[in-house]
Ligand binder design. Structure first.
Ligand code: G
Ligand code: G
Ligand code: MN
Ligand code: NA
Length: 254
């Protein structure tokens, strides 16, 4: 893999694509949004996971262009689904550190929202705890400006970082996503059950909504419902799907 030159070619030749995973309101069972997940259909090597190439693109700086492509493509897709009659729901995209540190992040997102005519409230940016520790001043400033504009912010993989919780108070955060590591063994594992319950209670006391990731079983969902978790995402409802299959699922849901 000559990854850096391959990534450039991938951008130029439309080798990237997005899969979409639905998020569902636990209390009502209604669709509440999607997470856009990047995929690379490599002409020689087939489907390459973002876990393999994103770290390389972060080091080379190419993630800034890739991230802009992801946000624009996801926004255009949501626009299309809304035009086809879907009730307004959010689209979440994952950010990387170089994007948060880039002076133009706000203008990039503002332009994409203008182009697609989406309300800023329908765009959600996922960042991790460790990303925010990298350059707290810069990332907090960037997120605050986006948040004042109406864009939503979610802390991804919550509970796996090593940071103090103090930043939650200073940050314009709307959602905590409980990492799937803590969902996998609930309700059987008492420690994970305690962690999940604590994240829900902490988040609610700070006025945040909670999204559980990696929900695969009915027993996990029941636990989360009883504990008052707001939203769920996971294979139990749907795997991440290509846009055509996602559209079929939406049509099937009515
Ligand atoms: O979908 P999958 O499990 O393969 O994703 C692996 C990892 O890649 C996850 O941590 C996910 O957050 C990350 N990821 C997926 N799409 C994007 C993207 O568009 N940008 C960034 N920065 N990370 C992404
Ligand atoms: O780091 P991030 O949370 O963005 O990663 C999202 C990844 O989690 C996606 O790559 C997606 O494929 C994966 N994922 C989504 N739902 C489930 C699930 O129910 N079980 C497992 N094992 N992985 C999931
Ligand atoms: Mn994510
Ligand atoms: Na996660």
């Amino acid at each position: 893999l000559k990854l850096e030159t391959d990534i450039q070619r991938a951008l130029d030749h439309d080798e990237f694509l997005l899969h979409y995973q639905p998020q569902v309101c636990i209390a009502t069972g209604r669709l509440s949004g999607f997470e856009a997940l990047l995929r690379w259909q490599h002409p020689e090597f087939g489907m390459i996971s973002p876990a393999e190439f994103i770290p390389i693109a972060e080091r080379s700086g190419q993630i800034v262009r890739i991230g802009e492509w992801v946000a624009r493509t996801a926004a255009i897709r949501l626009r299309g689904w809304l035009d086809a009659g879907l009730e307004p729901v959010k689209m979440a995209v994952n950010l990387s550190v170089p994007q948060l540190q880039q002076a133009r992040l706000f203008e990039t997102m503002e332009t994409i929202l203008d182009e697609t005519g989406l309300a800023p409230e329908l765009l959600e940016l996922e960042v991790t705890e460790s990303m925010l520790m990298e350059d707290p001043e810069k990332s907090v400033a960037a997120l605050r400006r986006l948040s004042q504009y109406g864009v939503k912010v979610a802390i991804d993989d919550f509970g796996t970082g090593y940071s103090s919780l103090a930043y939650l108070k200073r940050l314009p955060v709307n959602y905590l996503k409980i990492d799937r590591e803590f969902i996998r063994d609930i309700p059987a594992d008492p420690d994970d059950a305690t962690i999940a319950r604590s994240i829900i209670s902490l988040g609610h006391s700070l006025g945040l909504q909670i999204i559980a990731e990696g929900v695969e079983t009915q027993a996990q969902l029941e636990f989360l419902r009883v504990e008052g978790c707001d939203h769920m995402q996971g294979f139990l409802f749907s795997r991440p799907l290509p846009e055509a299959e996602m559209f079929d699922l939406l049509v099937g849901m009515g």
